[in-house]
Design a protein around this ligand. Sequence first.
Ligand SMILES: *Cc1c(COP(=O)(O)O)cnc(C)c1O
Length: 406
Amino acid sequence: MSTVRVEPRSTAEFIELEERHGAHNYHPLDVVITKARGVWVWDVEGNKYLDFLAAYSAVNQGHCHPRIVAALKEQAERVTLTSRAFRNDQLGPLCAQITRLAGFSRFLPMNSGAEAVETALKAARKWGYKVKGVPDGQAEIIAFDGNFHGRTISIVSFSTDEQYRDGFGPFTPGFQVLPYGDADAVSRAIGPNTVAVLVEPIQGESGIIAPPAGFLRRLRELADANRALLVVDEIQSGLGRTGTLFAYEHEGVRPDVVIVGKALGGGCVPISGILADDEVMDVFKPGDHGSTFGGNPLACAAARTALQVLVEEGMIENSARLGEYFIERLRAIGSPHVREIRGKGLWIGVQLKADAGGARRYCEALKEQGLLCKETHVDTIRFAPPLVITREEIDWAVERIAKVLS
Ligand SMILES: *Cc1c(COP(=O)(O)O)cnc(C)c1O
Protein backbone atom coordinates (compact mmCIF):
# COMPACT_ATOMS: atom_id res chain seq x y z
CA MET A 1 0.00 0.00 0.00
CA SER A 2 1.33 3.44 -0.87
CA THR A 3 1.76 6.07 1.78
CA VAL A 4 -1.22 8.32 2.67
CA ARG A 5 1.12 11.06 3.84
CA VAL A 6 0.86 14.45 2.13
CA GLU A 7 2.80 17.49 3.23
CA PRO A 8 1.80 20.62 1.38
CA ARG A 9 3.40 23.93 2.37
CA SER A 10 2.26 26.87 0.30
CA THR A 11 -1.25 28.27 -0.06
CA ALA A 12 -1.22 27.16 -3.71
CA GLU A 13 -0.36 23.57 -2.77
CA PHE A 14 -3.13 23.33 -0.18
CA ILE A 15 -5.66 24.75 -2.63
CA GLU A 16 -4.49 22.43 -5.39
CA LEU A 17 -5.02 19.34 -3.19
CA GLU A 18 -8.50 20.47 -2.17
CA GLU A 19 -9.50 21.34 -5.72
CA ARG A 20 -8.20 18.07 -7.11
CA HIS A 21 -9.44 15.68 -4.41
CA GLY A 22 -12.38 17.44 -2.77
CA ALA A 23 -15.94 18.07 -3.92
CA HIS A 24 -16.56 21.48 -5.45
CA ASN A 25 -19.68 22.40 -3.47
CA TYR A 26 -18.18 25.68 -2.12
CA HIS A 27 -16.36 28.64 -3.64
CA PRO A 28 -14.16 29.80 -0.72
CA LEU A 29 -11.83 32.79 -0.65
CA ASP A 30 -8.30 31.61 -1.34
CA VAL A 31 -6.98 31.89 2.18
CA VAL A 32 -5.79 28.73 3.98
CA ILE A 33 -6.23 29.21 7.70
CA THR A 34 -3.99 27.31 10.07
CA LYS A 35 -4.45 29.08 13.42
CA ALA A 36 -7.01 31.30 15.14
CA ARG A 37 -7.60 33.10 18.41
CA GLY A 38 -10.48 35.41 19.35
CA VAL A 39 -11.35 37.54 16.32
CA TRP A 40 -8.05 36.86 14.54
CA VAL A 41 -6.98 34.08 12.16
CA TRP A 42 -3.61 33.32 10.52
CA ASP A 43 -3.00 31.70 7.14
CA VAL A 44 -0.27 29.20 6.24
CA GLU A 45 1.94 32.03 4.95
CA GLY A 46 1.78 33.79 8.34
CA ASN A 47 -0.63 36.56 7.27
CA LYS A 48 -3.07 37.75 9.94
CA TYR A 49 -6.73 38.57 9.29
CA LEU A 50 -9.72 39.80 11.23
CA ASP A 51 -12.52 37.22 10.88
CA PHE A 52 -15.67 39.12 9.92
CA LEU A 53 -17.78 36.05 9.20
CA ALA A 54 -17.24 34.01 12.39
CA ALA A 55 -18.16 30.81 10.52
CA TYR A 56 -21.67 32.08 9.77
CA SER A 57 -22.06 32.93 13.49
CA ALA A 58 -20.87 29.56 14.77
CA VAL A 59 -17.89 31.31 16.40
CA ASN A 60 -19.77 33.97 18.38
CA GLN A 61 -17.57 33.31 21.44
CA GLY A 62 -14.37 33.89 19.41
CA HIS A 63 -11.94 31.31 18.06
CA CYS A 64 -10.43 28.82 20.50
CA HIS A 65 -11.96 30.49 23.55
CA PRO A 66 -9.64 29.33 26.37
CA ARG A 67 -12.47 28.24 28.69
CA ILE A 68 -14.24 26.27 25.95
CA VAL A 69 -10.99 24.64 24.82
CA ALA A 70 -10.19 23.73 28.44
CA ALA A 71 -13.63 22.14 28.85
CA LEU A 72 -13.12 20.18 25.62
CA LYS A 73 -9.68 18.93 26.63
CA GLU A 74 -10.87 17.92 30.05
CA GLN A 75 -13.89 16.10 28.59
CA ALA A 76 -11.85 14.52 25.75
CA GLU A 77 -9.73 12.76 28.32
CA ARG A 78 -12.68 11.39 30.27
CA VAL A 79 -15.41 10.24 27.85
CA THR A 80 -16.41 11.50 24.40
CA LEU A 81 -19.22 9.27 23.21
CA THR A 82 -21.70 6.98 24.89
CA SER A 83 -24.62 7.10 22.44
CA ARG A 84 -28.06 7.60 23.92
CA ALA A 85 -28.25 3.87 24.65
CA PHE A 86 -26.58 4.85 27.93
CA ARG A 87 -26.62 8.07 29.91
CA ASN A 88 -23.71 10.46 30.34
CA ASP A 89 -23.01 13.11 32.97
CA GLN A 90 -23.00 16.09 30.55
CA LEU A 91 -26.38 15.83 28.79
CA GLY A 92 -28.60 16.41 31.83
CA PRO A 93 -26.65 19.47 33.00
CA LEU A 94 -26.68 20.95 29.47
CA CYS A 95 -30.46 20.43 29.18
CA ALA A 96 -30.93 22.14 32.56
CA GLN A 97 -28.64 25.03 31.66
CA ILE A 98 -30.09 25.82 28.25
CA THR A 99 -33.73 25.43 29.24
CA ARG A 100 -33.28 27.72 32.25
CA LEU A 101 -31.46 30.29 30.15
CA ALA A 102 -34.06 30.23 27.36
CA GLY A 103 -37.16 29.67 29.48
CA PHE A 104 -38.45 26.41 27.99
CA SER A 105 -39.02 23.13 29.76
CA ARG A 106 -37.13 20.72 27.48
CA PHE A 107 -34.17 20.46 25.09
CA LEU A 108 -33.51 17.80 22.44
CA PRO A 109 -29.92 17.73 21.12
CA MET A 110 -28.85 17.01 17.55
CA ASN A 111 -25.64 17.78 15.66
CA SER A 112 -26.10 20.00 12.61
CA GLY A 113 -28.52 22.85 12.12
CA ALA A 114 -30.36 21.04 9.34
CA GLU A 115 -30.91 18.06 11.64
CA ALA A 116 -32.37 20.31 14.31
CA VAL A 117 -34.72 21.87 11.72
CA GLU A 118 -35.78 18.36 10.66
CA THR A 119 -36.38 17.57 14.33
CA ALA A 120 -38.60 20.64 14.69
CA LEU A 121 -40.57 19.67 11.56
CA LYS A 122 -41.06 16.14 12.88
CA ALA A 123 -42.12 17.46 16.30
CA ALA A 124 -44.61 19.85 14.68
CA ARG A 125 -46.13 17.16 12.45
CA LYS A 126 -46.40 14.65 15.26
CA TRP A 127 -47.90 17.30 17.56
CA GLY A 128 -50.37 18.11 14.77
CA TYR A 129 -51.55 14.50 14.51
CA LYS A 130 -51.42 13.49 18.17
CA VAL A 131 -52.44 16.70 19.93
CA LYS A 132 -54.21 19.01 17.48
CA GLY A 133 -56.00 16.14 15.71
CA VAL A 134 -55.04 16.81 12.09
CA PRO A 135 -56.15 13.92 9.81
CA ASP A 136 -53.30 11.52 9.05
CA GLY A 137 -51.01 12.67 6.24
CA GLN A 138 -52.62 16.14 5.96
CA ALA A 139 -50.28 18.29 8.05
CA GLU A 140 -49.22 21.59 6.48
CA ILE A 141 -46.27 23.77 7.49
CA ILE A 142 -45.96 27.40 6.43
CA ALA A 143 -42.50 28.78 5.51
CA PHE A 144 -41.33 31.95 3.77
CA ASP A 145 -39.71 33.22 0.57
CA GLY A 146 -35.97 33.69 0.87
CA ASN A 147 -35.72 31.23 3.76
CA PHE A 148 -32.59 29.32 4.66
CA HIS A 149 -33.04 26.35 6.96
CA GLY A 150 -30.37 23.93 5.70
CA ARG A 151 -29.68 21.48 2.91
CA THR A 152 -31.58 18.22 3.43
CA ILE A 153 -34.06 17.14 0.78
CA SER A 154 -37.08 18.01 2.96
CA ILE A 155 -35.66 21.42 3.80
CA VAL A 156 -34.74 22.34 0.22
CA SER A 157 -38.26 21.22 -0.71
CA PHE A 158 -39.49 24.59 0.57
CA SER A 159 -36.50 26.70 -0.43
CA THR A 160 -37.13 29.47 -2.96
CA ASP A 161 -33.51 29.46 -4.13
CA GLU A 162 -33.53 27.52 -7.41
CA GLN A 163 -29.89 26.46 -7.04
CA TYR A 164 -30.62 24.76 -3.72
CA ARG A 165 -33.30 22.61 -5.42
CA ASP A 166 -31.99 22.11 -8.95
CA GLY A 167 -31.39 18.42 -9.55
CA PHE A 168 -32.51 17.24 -6.11
CA GLY A 169 -36.17 16.36 -6.61
CA PRO A 170 -38.60 14.72 -6.02
CA PHE A 171 -39.40 16.93 -3.06
CA THR A 172 -41.23 16.51 0.25
CA PRO A 173 -44.85 17.72 0.18
CA GLY A 174 -46.66 19.50 3.01
CA PHE A 175 -45.11 22.97 2.85
CA GLN A 176 -46.64 26.29 1.81
CA VAL A 177 -44.24 29.12 1.02
CA LEU A 178 -45.49 32.67 1.54
CA PRO A 179 -43.95 36.14 1.11
CA TYR A 180 -41.64 36.97 4.03
CA GLY A 181 -43.11 39.72 6.16
CA ASP A 182 -46.66 39.35 4.78
CA ALA A 183 -48.83 38.44 7.78
CA ASP A 184 -52.02 38.89 5.71
CA ALA A 185 -50.86 36.10 3.39
CA VAL A 186 -50.38 33.90 6.47
CA SER A 187 -53.84 34.77 7.72
CA ARG A 188 -55.31 33.63 4.37
CA ALA A 189 -53.26 30.42 4.18
CA ILE A 190 -53.34 29.19 7.77
CA GLY A 191 -56.05 26.65 8.56
CA PRO A 192 -57.16 23.57 10.47
CA ASN A 193 -54.38 21.42 8.95
CA THR A 194 -51.61 23.93 9.62
CA VAL A 195 -49.34 22.50 12.31
CA ALA A 196 -46.59 25.11 12.27
CA VAL A 197 -45.29 28.39 10.95
CA LEU A 198 -41.53 28.17 10.49
CA VAL A 199 -39.70 31.50 10.42
CA GLU A 200 -36.30 33.15 10.76
CA PRO A 201 -36.78 36.29 12.92
CA ILE A 202 -34.22 37.94 10.62
CA GLN A 203 -33.20 36.18 7.40
CA GLY A 204 -29.43 35.72 7.44
CA GLU A 205 -28.49 33.95 4.21
CA SER A 206 -30.96 36.14 2.35
CA GLY A 207 -28.86 39.18 3.27
CA ILE A 208 -29.71 40.15 6.88
CA ILE A 209 -33.34 40.97 6.05
CA ALA A 210 -35.63 41.99 8.91
CA PRO A 211 -39.40 41.68 8.37
CA PRO A 212 -41.67 44.68 9.05
CA ALA A 213 -42.05 45.50 12.75
CA GLY A 214 -44.88 43.51 14.32
CA PHE A 215 -44.57 40.56 11.91
CA LEU A 216 -43.60 38.01 14.55
CA ARG A 217 -46.33 39.31 16.87
CA ARG A 218 -48.91 38.84 14.10
CA LEU A 219 -47.57 35.32 13.46
CA ARG A 220 -47.93 34.57 17.18
CA GLU A 221 -51.57 35.76 17.12
CA LEU A 222 -52.38 33.82 13.95
CA ALA A 223 -50.73 30.68 15.29
CA ASP A 224 -52.72 30.98 18.53
CA ALA A 225 -56.01 31.66 16.74
CA ASN A 226 -55.52 28.60 14.51
CA ARG A 227 -53.83 26.34 17.02
CA ALA A 228 -50.56 26.06 15.13
CA LEU A 229 -47.02 26.13 16.49
CA LEU A 230 -44.75 29.12 16.03
CA VAL A 231 -41.33 27.65 15.26
CA VAL A 232 -38.39 30.07 15.05
CA ASP A 233 -35.07 29.18 13.47
CA GLU A 234 -32.48 30.92 15.67
CA ILE A 235 -29.55 28.89 14.36
CA GLN A 236 -27.80 31.99 13.00
CA SER A 237 -29.75 34.84 14.65
CA GLY A 238 -29.62 33.37 18.15
CA LEU A 239 -27.09 33.21 20.98
CA GLY A 240 -26.27 36.89 21.08
CA ARG A 241 -25.81 37.69 17.41
CA THR A 242 -28.46 40.44 17.33
CA GLY A 243 -27.69 41.84 20.81
CA THR A 244 -30.22 39.68 22.66
CA LEU A 245 -30.02 35.98 23.52
CA PHE A 246 -32.58 35.29 20.78
CA ALA A 247 -33.72 37.60 17.98
CA TYR A 248 -37.41 36.93 18.67
CA GLU A 249 -37.02 38.85 21.95
CA HIS A 250 -36.93 42.11 19.98
CA GLU A 251 -40.65 41.56 19.28
CA GLY A 252 -41.53 40.37 22.77
CA VAL A 253 -43.08 37.11 21.54
CA ARG A 254 -42.60 33.62 22.92
CA PRO A 255 -42.40 30.90 20.26
CA ASP A 256 -43.44 27.27 20.80
CA VAL A 257 -40.25 25.81 19.38
CA VAL A 258 -36.80 27.41 19.13
CA ILE A 259 -34.18 25.85 16.88
CA VAL A 260 -30.55 26.41 17.90
CA GLY A 261 -27.21 25.38 16.41
CA LYS A 262 -24.04 27.04 15.22
CA ALA A 263 -22.66 29.02 18.23
CA LEU A 264 -24.06 26.46 20.67
CA GLY A 265 -20.85 24.49 20.02
CA GLY A 266 -18.69 27.52 20.84
CA GLY A 267 -17.03 27.25 17.45
CA CYS A 268 -15.47 23.93 18.45
CA VAL A 269 -17.92 21.11 17.87
CA PRO A 270 -21.17 20.61 15.98
CA ILE A 271 -24.17 20.64 18.29
CA SER A 272 -27.72 21.80 17.65
CA GLY A 273 -31.16 21.11 19.02
CA ILE A 274 -34.66 22.28 19.71
CA LEU A 275 -36.21 23.91 22.76
CA ALA A 276 -39.89 23.44 23.54
CA ASP A 277 -42.34 22.89 26.38
CA ASP A 278 -43.81 19.53 27.44
CA GLU A 279 -46.88 19.63 25.19
CA VAL A 280 -44.68 19.56 22.10
CA MET A 281 -41.63 17.66 23.32
CA ASP A 282 -43.67 14.89 24.91
CA VAL A 283 -44.87 13.74 21.47
CA PHE A 284 -41.48 12.02 21.14
CA LYS A 285 -41.52 8.55 22.70
CA PRO A 286 -38.49 6.22 22.94
CA GLY A 287 -37.60 5.12 19.42
CA ASP A 288 -39.47 7.92 17.59
CA HIS A 289 -36.41 9.97 16.75
CA GLY A 290 -32.70 9.98 17.50
CA SER A 291 -29.08 10.50 16.54
CA THR A 292 -25.95 8.49 17.37
CA PHE A 293 -23.85 11.55 18.16
CA GLY A 294 -26.74 13.72 19.42
CA GLY A 295 -26.14 14.63 23.06
CA ASN A 296 -22.58 13.25 23.13
CA PRO A 297 -20.66 14.30 26.24
CA LEU A 298 -17.88 16.08 24.32
CA ALA A 299 -20.32 18.38 22.51
CA CYS A 300 -22.44 18.85 25.63
CA ALA A 301 -19.39 19.87 27.69
CA ALA A 302 -18.39 22.39 25.00
CA ALA A 303 -21.96 23.73 24.78
CA ARG A 304 -22.26 24.14 28.55
CA THR A 305 -19.14 26.29 28.61
CA ALA A 306 -20.10 28.06 25.36
CA LEU A 307 -23.36 29.23 26.99
CA GLN A 308 -21.58 30.20 30.20
CA VAL A 309 -18.96 32.40 28.54
CA LEU A 310 -21.59 34.00 26.29
CA VAL A 311 -23.49 35.20 29.34
CA GLU A 312 -20.74 35.62 31.96
CA GLU A 313 -18.37 37.52 29.70
CA GLY A 314 -21.00 40.00 28.52
CA MET A 315 -20.86 38.99 24.85
CA ILE A 316 -24.56 39.61 24.25
CA GLU A 317 -24.36 43.19 25.57
CA ASN A 318 -21.16 43.71 23.58
CA SER A 319 -23.02 42.67 20.44
CA ALA A 320 -25.79 45.21 21.12
CA ARG A 321 -23.43 48.06 22.01
CA LEU A 322 -20.73 47.58 19.38
CA GLY A 323 -23.29 46.62 16.73
CA GLU A 324 -24.80 50.09 17.03
CA TYR A 325 -21.40 51.73 16.99
CA PHE A 326 -20.29 49.70 13.96
CA ILE A 327 -23.38 50.40 11.86
CA GLU A 328 -23.09 54.14 12.57
CA ARG A 329 -19.47 54.16 11.49
CA LEU A 330 -20.30 52.17 8.35
CA ARG A 331 -23.06 54.62 7.43
CA ALA A 332 -20.68 57.53 8.00
CA ILE A 333 -18.38 56.19 5.24
CA GLY A 334 -20.95 57.44 2.70
CA SER A 335 -19.77 55.15 -0.11
CA PRO A 336 -21.21 55.83 -3.59
CA HIS A 337 -21.41 52.06 -4.23
CA VAL A 338 -23.68 51.24 -1.29
CA ARG A 339 -27.44 50.91 -1.65
CA GLU A 340 -28.36 50.04 1.94
CA ILE A 341 -26.73 49.22 5.28
CA ARG A 342 -28.94 47.24 7.65
CA GLY A 343 -28.63 44.98 10.65
CA LYS A 344 -29.11 44.28 14.29
CA GLY A 345 -26.33 43.80 16.84
CA LEU A 346 -23.09 42.61 15.26
CA TRP A 347 -24.95 41.27 12.23
CA ILE A 348 -24.78 43.77 9.43
CA GLY A 349 -25.51 43.53 5.72
CA VAL A 350 -24.07 46.07 3.30
CA GLN A 351 -26.06 45.85 0.09
CA LEU A 352 -24.27 47.24 -2.95
CA LYS A 353 -25.81 49.05 -5.89
CA ALA A 354 -26.61 46.99 -8.97
CA ASP A 355 -23.77 48.61 -10.93
CA ALA A 356 -21.14 47.98 -8.22
CA GLY A 357 -20.07 44.71 -9.90
CA GLY A 358 -21.13 42.29 -7.14
CA ALA A 359 -20.05 41.75 -3.54
CA ARG A 360 -17.45 39.05 -4.26
CA ARG A 361 -14.92 41.60 -5.66
CA TYR A 362 -15.23 43.62 -2.48
CA CYS A 363 -14.69 40.57 -0.30
CA GLU A 364 -11.56 39.75 -2.32
CA ALA A 365 -10.35 43.35 -1.86
CA LEU A 366 -11.13 43.29 1.88
CA LYS A 367 -9.10 40.09 2.18
CA GLU A 368 -6.10 41.91 0.72
CA GLN A 369 -6.63 44.49 3.50
CA GLY A 370 -6.64 41.79 6.18
CA LEU A 371 -10.38 41.39 6.66
CA LEU A 372 -12.21 38.13 5.94
CA CYS A 373 -15.87 38.34 5.01
CA LYS A 374 -18.20 36.63 2.62
CA GLU A 375 -20.80 37.83 0.19
CA THR A 376 -24.33 36.57 0.62
CA HIS A 377 -26.36 36.40 -2.56
CA VAL A 378 -24.57 38.41 -5.22
CA ASP A 379 -24.85 41.95 -3.92
CA THR A 380 -24.57 41.91 -0.09
CA ILE A 381 -21.47 41.82 2.11
CA ARG A 382 -22.18 40.35 5.53
CA PHE A 383 -20.26 41.63 8.55
CA ALA A 384 -20.63 39.26 11.50
CA PRO A 385 -17.48 39.21 13.63
CA PRO A 386 -17.14 37.14 16.81
CA LEU A 387 -19.01 38.89 19.63
CA VAL A 388 -15.76 39.38 21.58
CA ILE A 389 -14.60 42.09 19.18
CA THR A 390 -13.46 45.39 20.74
CA ARG A 391 -14.15 49.00 19.71
CA GLU A 392 -10.50 49.38 18.65
CA GLU A 393 -10.74 46.34 16.40
CA ILE A 394 -13.90 47.76 14.81
CA ASP A 395 -12.10 51.07 14.22
CA TRP A 396 -9.24 49.13 12.61
CA ALA A 397 -11.75 47.35 10.34
CA VAL A 398 -13.76 50.47 9.44
CA GLU A 399 -10.59 52.19 8.22
CA ARG A 400 -10.01 49.32 5.80
CA ILE A 401 -13.65 48.95 4.79
CA ALA A 402 -13.75 52.68 3.98
CA LYS A 403 -10.70 52.29 1.73
CA VAL A 404 -12.29 49.41 -0.19
CA LEU A 405 -15.78 50.92 -0.46
CA SER A 406 -14.70 54.30 -1.78
C1 LIG B 1 -26.76 27.58 9.07
C2 LIG B 1 -28.23 27.57 9.18
C3 LIG B 1 -28.95 26.36 9.13
C4 LIG B 1 -28.30 25.03 8.83
O1 LIG B 1 -27.30 24.69 9.72
P1 LIG B 1 -26.22 23.56 9.32
O2 LIG B 1 -25.45 23.34 10.59
O3 LIG B 1 -25.38 24.14 8.22
O4 LIG B 1 -26.99 22.37 8.88
C5 LIG B 1 -30.31 26.42 9.32
N1 LIG B 1 -30.94 27.60 9.53
C6 LIG B 1 -30.28 28.77 9.57
C7 LIG B 1 -31.04 30.04 9.84
C8 LIG B 1 -28.91 28.81 9.38
O5 LIG B 1 -28.25 29.96 9.37
